[in-house]
Design a protein around this ligand. Sequence first.
Ligand SMILES: Cc1cc2nc3c(=O)[nH]c(=O)nc-3n(C[C@H](O)[C@H](O)[C@H](O)COP(=O)(O)OP(=O)(O)OC[C@H]3O[C@@H](n4cnc5c(N)ncnc54)[C@H](O)[C@@H]3O)c2cc1C
Length: 504
Amino acid sequence: MQEQQLNFDYETDVVVIGAGNAAMCAAISAREQGAGVIVLEKSPEKEKGGNTTYTHGSIRFAYNGADEIRELVPDLDDAEMAMTDFGSYTEEQFYDDMCRMTDYKTDPVLASILTDESFETMKWMTRHNVKWIPIYGRQAFKVDGVFKFWGGMVLESVGGGHGLVEALHEEASSQGVQILYKTMAVSLLRNDDGVYGVVIRENGKTKRIAASSVIIASGGFHANTEMRSKYLGTQWDAVHVRGSRYNTGDGIRMALDIGALPEGNWTLSHAVMGDRYLPDFEEGFQRLSYPFGILVNANGERFLDEGADFRNYTYAKYGRELLKQPDGYGYQVFDAQTSAQLREEYKGRKVTKVKADTLEELADKMDVDRERFLAEVKRFNESVDRTVPFNPNVKDGRRTIGLDVPKTNWATPIEEGPFEAYAVTCGITFTFGGLKINEEAEVQDTMYESIPGLYAAGEAAGGLFYSNYPGGAGLMAGSVFGKIAGANAAEHANQRAGAKAAIT
Ligand SMILES: Cc1cc2nc3c(=O)[nH]c(=O)nc-3n(C[C@H](O)[C@H](O)[C@H](O)COP(=O)(O)OP(=O)(O)OC[C@H]3O[C@@H](n4cnc5c(N)ncnc54)[C@H](O)[C@@H]3O)c2cc1C
């Protein structure tokens, strides 16, 4: 066989490329089945974990009521349970959200696995020492003494994304998974029997790892300017880049090089509104309280429905809408009535904002067409139906009447000073296009057959997200398909070992 002519520097059952959420779930899952596992992380150890570290750890899963939440968060006491309305979020609701958000383009098989396996996967992660807490601050507002959750997302990992990465790494290391930092996967080794290893660059040296299975969990290509402009369009090359600088599409590219099939939405991505001047890759970019204010472009004009839906159903596509506006920036504007609703990211020094006691003074400080802005706010204020009470916990139907660009929920006139305007631009979070996988997380080739020994999970796999995305589904997708990929990669390695033993 071809691989016997090569010298290998390492040998293992399963290699996992990447060390974020999908990768570490895959590594733990493969190890759980008894496989030897090596994880490759391109970054130095202190930057480990890719986009996963940048998250709040907010994760979307199906559950049937508060008792199931308590299974995942056993520390919740009776007083906390009494003051919280978790509601429920069924598998059907999750599946419907996947369809609705993606204009019904999501792969129904993959979406069914994601939604139906989500709660079991949460329990599995909990058993593997990942800890969760309710997202009281961002997903529930207190009304009449009770926190009511909205938007199908109730838990986040303790310590946010950093906490999630630490927990998964600790668990994997304690189970005997070996992690190589500053080690980049360069290409896949393949012969007629399938994939049998990986070429790597470790501390500037090219080396080879022999492995029966390889799992690609190295993220998408949001941090690769060339791929962004090639696939998303030329206006995306200079866009603000959120998240990890290491997600440059390597895993996707090396699989395509050996005949894998691209899948999903390669021309659109998850992109949000955030601070106009924050440098790339810095945490704290997003500005997500827009449902409670108005958004104007450089002409001073509104251009989308800020209250079309709960924030976590619109935020991933509104960055793209802002990029289409003149010079790709705008302002989120709030008055004294709504500034109390602003999320934590609106505070602190790295926030580009202007504040004034009157709208005229505010307009003077903003980089917009002053007169058109003032006229726009006046028109907006006059159109708000004030007879409907404001309620941030539900889609309250407090809307504008008669505007070409309506605001359909949470419409509040911008009329009580002091006024605040936050300068925002578009920032790309992650890409949707990736590798085609089947229900076993096996990578498919262009003949629609599985490439033996090759698996993918997380952002590296395409087919789940198109045009838009329900918040919290990225982590869940990585966990569900990482777990599946790990178990199947281990089984495949086991079968190969059995076959080799039978020959010798
Ligand atoms: C600011 C921000 C906030 C977010 N918030 C949320 C949230 O709250 N909830 C949610 O569900 N999703 C959120 N997301 C999306 C979420 O981060 C991703 O969907 C998810 O973390 C992707 O996990 P992954 O394991 O596929 O990729 P990643 O976590 O990005 O991991 C990829 C890994 O591969 C490594 N790598 C890349 N190339 C190579 C190579 N050649 N060799 C070796 N290693 C390589 C990278 O260094 C990295 O460690 C957020 C994203 C960002 C950027």
